[in-house]
Design a protein around this ligand. Structure first.
Ligand SMILES: [Ca+2]
Ligand SMILES: [Ca+2]
Ligand SMILES: [Ca+2]
Ligand SMILES: [Ca+2]
Length: 477
């Protein structure tokens, strides 16, 4: 582009600014803190969410074989391998509660902190237990997973935990650990499988630490914390439920196997979520492992309702690429699966919306193209002018430099690109709201679990040295 176009563009820009200053705008999105999970931890969440998307397919992937006579026809309920429920006359009723999709789990800061602190305490003080035995993070002896989550600010109505350790430095990767949790032939009742599949979980925190051998030689520790605070337990419940759900996922440059793996993550990508042309209250930057969570809250703080179509933009300013995608907020039912009641209560709620960003779908990001129509022109100038002088704003408001401020630097970038264009985006469009996906139909009395909820899945002791000894725990039984 000849330099004279840039100068002409700049003059036009200045002229338009005088006209357009003072245009209305929506408040800037706030940065949402969900923690900073690394690539190993992101892989663990990815695999858990893969299992949750289709539990029976995960069972088949791991070649589980349900040998119970109620598995009729054979291999219909392989997800039920090794698990039966006393008091249920027909085990198929119970197993079917673990079939069908369950909502994707969103990153949560408090659960991530609780997971790290517990892994760190187990390593530092040389124990392997769901209950705190010693802590340098302020946890009292005897603290359970829900106590630690609560201490970090997660006012849970239900929480659970899975932990694993070994003594072979760096060899307990996410894939192996997930496989162990899901299959675990050595653990009666398959508590870890049930733990990661519970339909009522909504959020997760994961920590993986890998260090020099501790006093007894243990090196790698995994802690996965599951939680929800979406339930209301009648008039006696002193803690009101929090109904916030999230759009969540991972941005990654896949090698072609459709699986997220360490090394594929895209960190530091801005994730902006829009309802029509209006930004939600929060935005996110993808974490070290490429993951993100953004609460589905309008700028007013109101919940984004079921059926809402959302646009999700993932911007890499430095790499000049972006992904334009989205999804529709769905709702359905969750339950507490592990009950002998034939017809347990179901609990209606909106679900987290899973939106991954596949880098193969990214397209060129033109400097100055505020409205992302692949041309830099007067439309973008009007947007920039309308936000002139504002702070805490983003690309779509005219902050092209990434400093959160719309000023002469952004105007210069726009002017410098004046008149340029790029090929249109691939044919993504916001999907129409569809029939909400339903979770497995089930029937159960809603149990109530809080910080002091009872447990029946007792913590398991450390296994023999050298063996991988994942252990399950859940407060939901
Ligand atoms: Ca079978
Ligand atoms: Ca891959
Ligand atoms: Ca444009
Ligand atoms: Ca700027």
């Amino acid at each position: 582009m000849p330099p004279c176009h840039a100068r002409a563009g700049l003059r036009v820009a200045v002229a338009c600014l005088a006209i357009l200053l003072g245009s209305s705008l929506s408040p800037a999105a706030l940065l949402y803190d969900f923690g900073n999970p690394n690539a190993d931890e992101e892989q663990m969440r990815f695999l858990i969410n893969r299992a949750r998307a289709n539990p029976e397919a995960e069972a088949d992937r791991f070649a589980l074989d349900n040998t119970h006579p109620d598995d009729i026809p054979n291999h219909t309920y392989d997800v039920g391998e090794g698990i039966t429920l006393g008091g249920v006359s027909n085990q198929r009723v119970y197993w079917s509660r673990y079939q069908g999709p369950r909502q994707v789990l969103a990153w949560n800061r408090a659960l991530n902190v609780a997971a790290y602190n517990h892994a760190d305490d187990m390593y530092t003080f040389n124990f392997f237990d769901h209950y705190t035995q010693a802590s340098r993070h302020g946890y009292a002896v005897g603290y359970a997973p829900w106590d630690r989550a609560y201490a970090e600010g997660y006012v849970n109505h239900s929480a659970g935990e899975s932990i694993a350790t070994n003594n072979s430095h760096g060899s307990l990767d996410a894939e192996e650990t997930h496989r162990g949790f899901f299959t675990e032939p050595q653990v009666t009742g398959r508590g870890h499988r049930r733990n990661l599949l519970h339909s009522h979980w909504r959020e997760i925190g994961v920590s993986y630490i890998c260090r020099a051998p501790n006093l007894d030689g243990w090196t790698d520790f995994w802690a996965a914390e599951f939680g929800t605070d979406a339930f209301y337990y009648g008039s006696g419940d002193p803690w009101p439920p929090v109904d916030t759900v999230f759009v969540t996922g991972v941005v990654y440059d896949d090698d072609g196997d459709s699986l997220y793996e360490p090394g594929e993550q895209k960190a530091g990508v801005e994730v902006l979520v829009y309802e029509g042309s209006t930004s939600l209250k929060y935005k996110a930057l993808t974490a070290a492992g490429g993951g993100y969570s953004v609460p589905l809250l309008r700028a007013s703080g109101a919940d984004v309702p079921q059926g809402t179509a959302l646009r999700v933009l993932m911007l890499d300013r430095l790499g000049h690429r972006y992904i334009d995608t989205g999804g529709v907020v769905a709702a359905g039912y969750v339950m507490f699966e592990d009950t002998a009641v034939e017809n347990p209560d179901q609990y209606a709620q909106r679900f987290n919306l899973g939106v991954n960003g596949l880098w193969d779908n990214s397209i060129a990001l033109l400097s100055g193209d505020a409205n992302l129509d692949h041309a830099v022109n007067v439309g973008d100038l009007g947007i920039l002018a309308g936000h002139w002088g504002y702070t805490g704003v983003n690309w779509l408001e005219g902050d092209f430099s990434g400093d959160g401020l719309v000023n002469v630097g952004d105007l210069g970038m726009l002017a410098g690109a004046w008149g340029t264009s790029s090929p249109p985006a691939p044919g993504y469009s916001i999907p129409e709201p569809a029939t909400a996906a339903m979770l497995t139909m089930g029937w159960l009395t809603l149990p109530f679990f809080r910080r002091c909820g009872s447990t029946t899945a007792s913590p398991r002791g450390r296994g023999s040295r050298g063996a991988r000894t994942p252990s399950a725990f859940t407060g939901t039984s």
